[in-house]
Write a protein that binds this ligand. Structure first.
Ligand code: NDP
Length: 283
């Protein structure tokens, strides 16, 4: 049976270290402070914003939430971003996605000052990620890299299949894994014969939002399986992976919940602190 990659425990351990970094910043008169802009009433977004706030408080970071109504215009949202960009007290800005239909989320992301881009999703920081000179990374991708590192799982030379090609998870994770010398294949909904790819992978990462997409017959014995998916099935939270059966074949596997999720929140906080330190060192 595969060992559990315990994201929750790793995130809690990292939170202790981060608390110390925040204490040090505070001793220099600096308080990390970031803002989350949430537009509309998406129930999952509200839960994520609350989760972030709880972890921020635990670590000593100030998080402001700008809850905007569902009919907010593009101009209003852009104006708020401009205001936060130019406020020297604010170290980080992020837009909670998804945004309502009238909002062009790409334009909002592109408006965030790259130096305050806690999500690492501005075009500038996305470009830096692929050029291996990044200073901030999308939290889920970075969280997965650090989780594997924590368990001494090297990526060099490994054959990795990432299922999902979103800007938030699949693509940045591919860039980071490539940087660590993995051979990376990105699969998506148009990929033919997915199992032909996953069966040969040393590491399979699934980030699709399709419950039970990854089954035991799709992975090789001893593979490492990372499940990013968050799905609600019959009132239960599950990932993309058929955990009960896949864990019998995998050497390591992340559970849902308690795997990648806590790391995402933790690495958002890591980004806030990193950007705060960077901004103050440059002043
Ligand atoms: P998106 O919807 O943006 O992307 C989903 C990706 O999965 C797309 O590339 C899509 O392909 C691909 N896909 C969908 N169905 C299949 C299929 N049957 N076979 C192969 N590929 C498929 O989602 P996100 O990347 O934002 O999120 C993915 C999942 O991860 C969601 O469940 C989300 O809730 C979760 N998530 C979890 C986080 C955590 O911290 N645990 C953080 C962020 C997300 P195509 O491009 O062709 O449409």
């Amino acid at each position: 049976m595969g060992k559990i990659l315990d994201g929750k425990a790793v995130a809690n351990l990292l939170a202790q270290n981060l608390k110390e970094k925040v204490k040090k910043l505070k001793s220099e008169g600096i308080v990390p402070h970031f803002c989350v802009i949430n537009i509309g009433d998406d129930p999952a977004s509200k839960i994520y914003v609350r989760m972030k706030k709880r972890r921020a408080e635990k670590i000593g970071i100030v998080q402001d939430v700008y809850q905007l109504s569902a009919d907010t215009s593009q101009e209003e949202a852009l104006k708020l971003i401009d205001k936060l960009n130019s406020d020297p007290k604010i170290n980080g800005v992020m837009v909670q996605l998804p945004a309502p239909d009238q909002i062009d989320a790409d334009e909002l992301l592109a408006r965030i000052n790259p130096d305050k881009d806690v999500d690492g999703l501005t075009p500038a920081n996305t470009g830096r990620l692929w050029m291996d000179n990044h200073f901030v990374e999308p939290a889920t991708a970075e969280g997965i890299i650090e989780l594997l590192k924590h368990y001494h799982i090297s990526l060099a030379g490994k054959n990795v299949v990432i299922i999902g090609r979103s800007n938030i998870v699949g693509k940045p994770l591919a860039a980071l894994m490539l940087e660590q010398d993995a051979t990376v294949t990105i699969a998506h909904s148009k990929t033919q014969n997915l199992e032909d790819l996953t069966k040969h992978a040393d590491i399979v990462v699934s980030a699709t939002g399709q419950a039970f997409l990854v089954t035991a017959d799709m992975i090789k014995d001893g593979a490492i399986v990372v499940d990013v998916g968050i799905n609600h099935v019959n009132g239960k939270l599950v990932g993309d992976v058929d955990f009960e059966n896949v864990k019998e074949k995998a050497s390591y596997i992340t559970p849902v919940p308690g795997g990648v999720g806590p790391l995402t929140v933790q690495f958002l906080m890591e980004a806030v602190v990193k950007l705060t330190r960077r901004q103050n060192d440059r002043r």
